[in-house]
Structure formats: structure tokens, C-alpha cells
Design a protein around this ligand. Sequence first.
Ligand code: NI
Length: 256
Amino acid sequence: MFIDTHCHLEDEKFSEDREEILERARAAGVERIINFGSTFQSSVAVTELAKNFSELYAGVGIHPEEIDDFDEKICARLAELAAEKKVIAVGEIGLDYHWEKDSERRLLQQKIFIAQLDLARQLNLPVCVHDRDAHGDTLKILQAEGKNLRGVLHCYSGSLETAREVWKLGWFIGVDGPLTFKNSAKLPEVVKAAPRDMILIETDAPYLAPTPHRGKRNEPAFVVEVAKKLAEIRSETLEDVAAYTTANAKNLYEIF
Ligand code: NI
């Protein structure tokens, strides 16, 4: 059994064939899928999906590229959504300096990230963090503001040195399709060194399809390709990887 711990099945790219995609996931052994909101609207959509399909769970939050969607009212409405039983996380939230070069806007991202970490603490939910080209500030914020919080740096793209700091906090790293790419940079070194109880697997579908589907629409069934690559790099069996990544996901998100 596998769990795709980060996905966006509410995306319109899936509106034509969502049920077939869920069937293919089931056939591939992917028995749980966690969808994350990026805006308030998509947070509502992933919550609805989770209500309608037994294998789906949801995380709610405002993505750093969507911060204009965030204010106190929206924060309160996210808390309302989180009262739904199958909303099991706050996310995806965090920092994205790849697209945002303006220093004031980056500060605003940080402020809204911290506000949503507070929300997760109030709700007693784990956190899914998006960090693109902002490893230093993300780590600083987690160290300073992450007390009594658990979570994952999803789609991990930082250095081994940063990963070690993340693990010290008791946080997970999430590994996606880029691990299977030829230019996967530092990632193989990071996953090789990762303690087995600190790794999650995910697709981030519809984005970042793993080899041999690279460039196409991604879907939860393809999380098995990430698991296979993990097994190869870490000299483990696929069954082993399936077992411990599933246990990790259940442990962090308290899904059964
Ligand atoms: Ni995502």
C-alpha cells in the first residue's frame, strides 16, 4: 500500500476523468491521497472531495503565491473548514521566492506563513510547507515559530545540511517526481541520508510527473515511480519503502 501525501485532485485538469484517476490509483496500490488547497476556493474544493471519496483527505491553507487571498476573515473560515473530520492538515503554506523578488512582498509571505502556523497550532493539526528558493528563511521561521508543531517540507529541494536541521525539529521531507529526473541535483544525496522515519512520498499532481511520464499530467498512481527510485537509491525493497513511507504518513497525518 502507498499513500500519495501531496496532490491537487481538485485541479480542473482532472475534471474530466477524476474517478478513472482514482481507480488507477487504487489499482496501483495507492490507497490514500491527501489533497491540499492553495487558495480559499481550492481549500473548499479539496474538503468537498474528501467528503465524497473515502480514500481522499484534505489540507486547507493559502499558498505563498496566493497571499492576497489571506486575511483574518479567511483565516477564520479556514478554521471552520478544518472542523470537517477529513481535513487533517494545514497547507500548503510557506514561502516562494522563486516567483517573488520584491522584498516587501516576501516579508508579507513570511507574516502570512507565521499566521497559518499559529492557526495549525490552535487547531492541533500538522502542517504541509511549500518552500521554493527560500530554504534559509523557511528553516528560520520553523525554528522560531514551529513550537509544538509537526509537519513536512513538501517537494523537498534543499541541501542535505538543511535537511538535517529539518529532521532535528522532528519534521519530515516530502519527495516527488524530481527524484527520478536526470538532473535531480542534491536530492539523491538527501534521500540516501534520510532516516527512514523522516521521509514521505508524494506526487504534487498534476505537476512534476516522474520519469517515464515526465512532462505529462501527473496523477497519484505515479507515486509508485517515486517509491521505486527511493528503493533503488537507498538499496531497499519496494515493499520496504511502501511500508515505512505509509507508516510515516499515518503517523504524521493520523489517517488510518
Ligand atoms: Ni502542491
